[in-house]
Each structure stands twice: as C-alpha cells, then as structure tokens.
Design a binder for this molecule. Structure first.
Ligand code: ATP
Length: 352
C-alpha cells in the first residue's frame, strides 16, 4: 500500500484575476512533518484551504489519505485536523464546552474520553473550566490544536501555528507539534526559517503560486545561497552617491538600502557570483568619495537560499494581464474564503 498521505496535482487557483496557485504539485508521505514556506501572498493558505476542502481549485486536483477532494470531501475531512490561520474560537465558551461542541459536530463516539485524552495531549488539563477569552494566545493555540485532534485524524494541516506567539509560547507549540507529529503526518505553513529548521523533516518553498524548492532544510542550507556584503555609510550621507557607486561595481547583482542599528545607512550588496567583493566595495567608496564606516561579508545560510529563491516573488500574485493592484483583500471577497464547504462537505469545481 502506498504511503502517500497527501497528493496535490497541478493545483491552480484564481481569485478573479489573481492567480494564487499556478499548477502546484507535491506529495507528502506518512509520518513526515512538512513545512510550507513562502513570503506573504505566496499561496500557502490557498493550498491548505484546497487540501482541507474549504475552497475548490480552479484546476487540478488533490487527494488526502486516498480520498479525492472532489469525489470524497467527507473522507478528506475525516482524515484531516485543520488549524486555520485565525482559529474561529468562540471566546465566551469554556474550553470544555467548546471541545464538547466540536466533538458533537464530528459525531465522535465516547466524546468525553476522547476530549480527556486530547486535553492531556495538548497540556490544557488545568484550563478546561476557563472561558477561552481568559486564555493567553499560546493557550488558545493549544485549544486550536485540540479541536484539530479531537477526531484522531492521521493528518494535521496547520496554517502558521506559531504566528503571533511570543518566543516562549512559540517554542512550546513547536515542541507540541513535534510530539504530535510522531504519530501523524503534518503539513504546516510558515514565514519563519528558524521554525522549519527545527520542526520540519522537509521544506516546500512556494513563491508566487509556484513550488520553487522541495528538500530537507539541511539540503537547502547546503545549497548555500549567495553570500551578502554589508557596507555601512554615515546617515548624514543623504545623496545617492553611495548607492550609484555600489551598483556600478562589476559583479554586483543588486543593492538594497537599509538602516543599521545605530541609524546609519546599511547597504546589502548581492553579488552575481561567488567573488569576494569587499575590496571592490572599498575601492568604490574611495573613488566615489564617501566614507565607509563598516564592511562585512555574511556567509551563505538558509535565509539567503530562501531570499534567492523568492526574491522578486513577494507581493501580490500576477494576474493573467499583469500585476494585481497591491494584492486583493483577503476577507469580504466573493470567493468562498474560510467558509466551510457545504453541509455535506461537498466542494464545487469553479470556473477559471
Ligand atoms: P500569507 O503568508 O500572507 O498568509 P499566503 O502565502 O498564505 O500569504 P494566500 O493567502 O494563499 O497566500 O494568497 C495568495 C494570493 O491570493 C495573494 O495575492 C492574496 O492576496 C490572494 N488571495 C487570497 N485569498 C483571496 C481571496 N479570498 N480573494 C482574493 N484574493 C485572494
């Protein structure tokens, strides 16, 4: 029997003119924890909503635990525990009431037994009598995980589970996900590179609706990415002299202006190849007559790999006729945003 738990085949999704997914294919095997990593607007949430039958793809298809999202949406929903980006928690309810209600909706036999187990698993035993509104963000996220686990799904889909948490809460949730992931297949989306390195066995990088890398975090890191050079000039230097001189160096791909910690101007210089440009940068400063008060080289790392793969791929997805106007708003849109599928779980194929 195949151990493929999730299979996406040429998934496309258009929201009006915005092409959020442009033919995404991937597989997730049993027991893997896969990180879906990408900049804002890359299409992560859209992919997750399709896999959980919250929205239908414009084209392509997907199957989860052997159930096709079109032919057997109920099978998909049974196999999946989903933690959306903003969990729809009813904050006036007590934790126990809320989980009871979810268990009822899921038609779970022996709900109290199951809730007890899930509450222990997610470390909520002391909170079950409290109203959800009284919980910290980290504890609320645990309630979100508990509701996703109530029906004992073999697959968990978590949309930015650590976002908005303080570092301690994030680390606790990360540990919890790793623990839960020992017995399950997990796919989680994130912007956070450190997070995928410690949590995920495998990383799918998505940019502008396309998968641009599929590997382990270690293998991606080994690709190296390009080194960066950082040149600092005093903040008083307000003209374009430095930028122009740095951009003119042979072997420079691009220069980006930022701010150093003390308020001075820091330029990030990306080389076209592997040459050490420090001497050229120094010479450019002498020739351009601007003071260089700092110069350093930063070796390749996962962040650079990510940036090299996704640079120019941030922001709104392209439309078939050009770029979208700043990214369409996510809520209030006419497409079936975070709306549960029809009562019977059915999703309808949409017109492109
Ligand atoms: P983020 O990390 O910001 O949550 P994401 O990678 O999850 O981003 P998506 O939310 O899937 O990206 O969005 C992909 C593209 O589709 C974006 O350009 C977004 O503006 C657009 N989009 C998403 N949902 C809708 C919607 N309901 N209506 C119109 N456009 C949408």
């Amino acid at each position: 029997m195949s151990d493929v738990m999730i299979e996406a085949r040429s998934l496309k999704k258009n929201y009006g003119l915005v092409q959020a997914l442009k033919g995404v294919s991937f597989e997730v095997r049993k027991g893997q924890i896969v990180g879906l990593l990408g900049p804002n607007g890359a299409g992560k949430t859209t992919a997750m909503k399709i896999l959980t039958c919250f929205i239908a793809p414009t084209d392509g298809t997907a199957s989860v635990n052997g159930c096709d999202v079109f032919a057997d949406p109920m099978g998909v929903r049974k196999a999946i525990g989903y933690l959306p980006e903003s969990t729809p928690l009813y904050t006036e309810m007590l934790v126990l009431e809320y989980l009871d209600w979810i268990a009822q909706m899921r038609n779970i036999s022996k709900p109290r037994e199951r809730i007890k187990k899930v509450v222990e698993q997610t470390g909520l035993t002391e909170e079950i009598g409290k109203p959800i509104r009284a919980l910290s963000k980290g504890l609320r996220q645990r309630v979100g995980l508990a509701q996703a686990l109530v029906h004992e799904p073999p697959i968990l889909i978590l949309d930015e589970p650590m976002s908005g948490l303080d570092p301690n809460q994030a680390s606790e949730i990360r540990d919890l996900i790793r623990e839960i992931g020992k017995e399950r297949t997990v796919i989680l989306s994130t912007h956070n590179l450190a997070e995928v390195q410690v949590t995920c066995d495998r990383v799918l990088i998505i940019a502008k609706g396309t998968i641009v890398a599929d590997d382990t975090a270690a293998a991606l890191k080994a690709r190296g990415g390009k080194a960066r050079f950082y040149a600092t000039v005093p903040r008083a230097l307000a003209d374009n002299r430095a930028m122009n001189a740095l951009e003119a160096i042979v072997g420079v791909e691009r220069v980006q202006q930022g701010t150093a910690n003390d308020g001075d101007v820091e330029f990030e210089i990306v080389p076209t190849g592997t040459n050490d440009l420090r001497q050229d940068i120094f010479n450019a400063a002498v020739k351009g007559n601007f003071p260089l008060i700092g110069l350093r080289r930063e070796g390749a790392n996962l962040e650079n790999v990510f940036r090299d793969l996704t640079i120019g791929n941030t922001g709104p997805a392209e439309t078939p006729r050009g770029r979208a106007n700043g990214g369409a708003p996510k809520s209030g849109d006419s497409s079936n945003e975070t709306k549960p599928a029809a009562e019977d779980g059915a999703v309808q194929k949409e017109n492109p």
